[in-house]
Structure formats: structure tokens, C-alpha cells
Design a protein around this ligand. Structure first.
Ligand code: NDP
Ligand code: OXD
Length: 287
């Protein structure tokens, strides 16, 4: 967009001249200095950090990142971990360390129940891909959905039914007051014994000590954690050395500049043409 002047912090010049800010993990209060903003763009899909800023300017639309590369990256990551669990890789890793040769028969994909919490941009794409591979896919969202090949559940009342038969649980929820701590002992107890957990949403969805207990009792057989309450994960955190936890440094889906720049530019062009912005966050629901 050659007609735009791009200023890179801290060389922003007069803050009053700035129309749009593109930000990620900015310090609280940072955005208050820009008095004439038309929109704030999040460089990520999740806006929990942005919305928690007590100095977030009122009345300025917040636009989150809805970008094909982010969706594709998450889809790859979720498929990778579901297949890893479905094909019993944690057991082969144990066998290899013990020098054991023992083929393990996986269930048929159609008999493997994979549950996705969150059926938004990311969750519903993963659900469709998993259904395409033949898995028995279930999804849970806030409002009712009807998705081909996916058994859909909605609202807190249907959460126990959703969890009750979910063998591989994927969390792709936004972090909001309603979803904080949702991966907790009560809900783990509703999963079948030996379930697998993949948390690719936010660290604060998980009650960490509840996961450690669920791993000890075998309720959860193995967990893949891409996100943590404090990032980077503290060097002495017990997750690092836990034999049934895989740690990824918040990299399940990374915003790719080449495609994300086009996404933001297209949205700015829409605004300049007087058209409504896309992917505007609802400050009430928090996503
Ligand atoms: P969307 O806003 O598109 O989808 C959110 C989904 O969660 C919707 O289906 C929504 O339900 C559901 N939901 C929200 N609140 C509740 C609730 N209280 N109970 C049940 N369901 C609820 O988000 P995205 O798919 O784009 O992203 C999801 C999250 O993934 C992001 O917020 C971010 O935290 C995380 N993320 C992580 C990345 C990583 O690398 N680890 C990368 C990118 C994102 P409904 O459809 O009814 O509104
Ligand atoms: C995001 C993330 O929200 O990378 O986009 O976590």
C-alpha cells in the first residue's frame, strides 16, 4: 500500500498522526498516546492480552488476526498431534527406551473420538480436516453449530456430554472470563481414562496442578502444551521434565508476515473505502 506511511515503533513521530496500530504484547497503557486511532490490529488471533489492558482506548475497533497461514499452521499442528496420539507414539517412545519391539494396533480412525473445544476460525478447520481423515470428531462451542461430519455440542450444559467420550481433547478456545481455567480437575474427571490433551489456546485455560494430578492418576495419558500461564516457561517448572508432557514454545501457529501483511492491508483498504472492517472483536464476549 504505497499510499500509506508506515512508522515502526519507537520512530512513530507525533502519536496524533497515527491512524492504525498493529501490535502484539504491548505494555499496558501504551495505546493511550494515540489519540486519533481508527483501529487497533492484533498481530495474533487471540486478543486476551489486548483486552486486559486497562488503558485500551474506548470506542476504537479491535481487529484480530484471521489469516490463512495461521489457520493452515494450526491445522498442521493439530493433525500432527492427533495422529501422534492416535498411532500410539508415546507408547513407542517408551518401548524404544526399553529396547522393546512391540507393534501396537491403533483403533480405526472412525472409532477414535477427537473433541475440539472452540469451533471458530481455527477449531472448525481442524475439525473438518480430522473428519476428512475419518476420525469421529466432536466439537464444543458457545452457540450451537451444525458442521458436516462433526458432532456438535454447545454451552456449559452440554460440556459433560462432549467430554464424556472425548479421547483426544484439543483446546482452541479464546481466553475469556468464561473459559479461564476450563481445563481443570472437574472437567478432566469427565474424560475417559487415558485421554490425551492438546492445549494450543492459552496457558490460563489450564489449571496446571490439576493436569499434573490427572497425569499421575492416568486420567490423562499424555499432554501437548504449546501455551503456558507464564511464557517463557520458567526453567524450574515441573512440566519441563515430566515424562508425559510435550512442550512447544507457543509456536503451534505463528503469524506469517507475508500473508498477514496482506490481510491487514486489505482491511485497512476496506476502512479507507468506507466499508466495514472485518474480524472486529466483540469487547463484550471477549473474542
Ligand atoms: P474464534 O474467535 O474464531 O473462535 C472461538 C471459538 O470458541 C468459537 O467457536 C466460540 O463459540 C468458542 N467459544 C468462545 N467462548 C466460549 C465458551 N464460553 N464456551 C464454549 N465455546 C466458546 O477464534 P480462533 O479460532 O481464531 O482462535 C482461537 C484461539 O486460539 C485464540 O483466541 C488464541 O487464544 C488461540 N491461538 C493460539 C495460537 C497458538 O499458536 N498457540 C495461534 C492462534 C490462536 P461461538 O462459535 O459460539 O462463538
Ligand atoms: C495468536 C497466537 O493468538 O499466536 O495468534 O497465540
Amino acid at each position: 500500500m504505497p499510499m500509506l506511511e508506515i512508522r515502526l515503533w519507537p520512530d512513530a513521530g507525533d502519536p496524533a498522526e497515527i491512524d492504525y496500530v498493529l501490535a502484539w504484547n504491548h505494555p499496558d497503557g501504551f495505546l493511550m498516546r494515540f489519540s486519533n486511532l481508527r483501529a487497533i490490529y492484533s498481530m495474533g488471533a487471540g486478543v486476551d492480552r489486548l483486552l486486559k489492558d486497562p488503558g485500551l482506548p474506548e470506542g476504537v475497533p479491535i481487529v484480530r488476526m484471521v489469516d490463512p497461514s495461521l489457520v493452515a499452521g494450526m491445522n498442521e499442528f493439530v493433525l500432527m498431534r492427533v495422529l501422534h496420539y492416535h498411532r500410539r507414539m508415546p507408547e513407542y517412545e517408551v518401548q524404544q527406551r526399553a529396547g522393546l519391539w512391540g507393534p501396537l494396533r491403533p483403533p480405526l480412525a472412525e472409532d477414535r473420538k477427537v473433541g475440539i473445544m472452540g469451533l471458530g476460525q481455527l477449531g472448525r478447520t481442524c475439525a473438518a480436516s480430522l473428519a476428512g481423515l475419518g476420525f469421529a470428531v466432536r466439537g464444543w462451542s458457545r452457540t450451537p453449530k451444525s458442521l458436516s461430519g462433526v458432532q456438535c455440542f454447545a454451552g456449559i450444559a452440554q460440556l459433560p456430554a462432549f467430554l464424556g467420550e472425548t479421547e483426544i481433547l484439543i483446546c482452541l478456545l479464546p481466553l475469556t472470563p468464561e473459559t479461564e481455567g476450563i481445563l481443570n480437575a472437574t472437567h478432566f474427571a469427565q474424560l475417559p481414562q487415558g485421554a490425551f490433551l492438546v492445549n494450543v489456546a492459552r496457558g490460563a485455560h489450564l489449571v496446571e496442578e490439576d493436569l499434573i494430578f490427572a497425569l499421575e492418576t492416568g486420567r490423562i495419558a499424555h499432554a501437548t502444551l504449546d501455551v503456558f500461564r507464564a511464557e517463557p516457561l520458567a526453567a524450574d517448572h515441573p512440566f519441563w521434565t515430566h515424562p508425559r508432557v510435550a512442550i512447544i514454545p507457543h509456536a503451534a501457529a505463528l503469524t506469517q508476515p507475508r500473508t498477514a501483511a496482506r490481510t491487514v492491508a486489505a482491511n485497512i483498504a476496506r476502512d479507507r473505502a468506507g466499508e466495514p472492517l472485518q474480524d472486529v472483536v466483540d469487547r463484550q464476549t471477549g473474542y
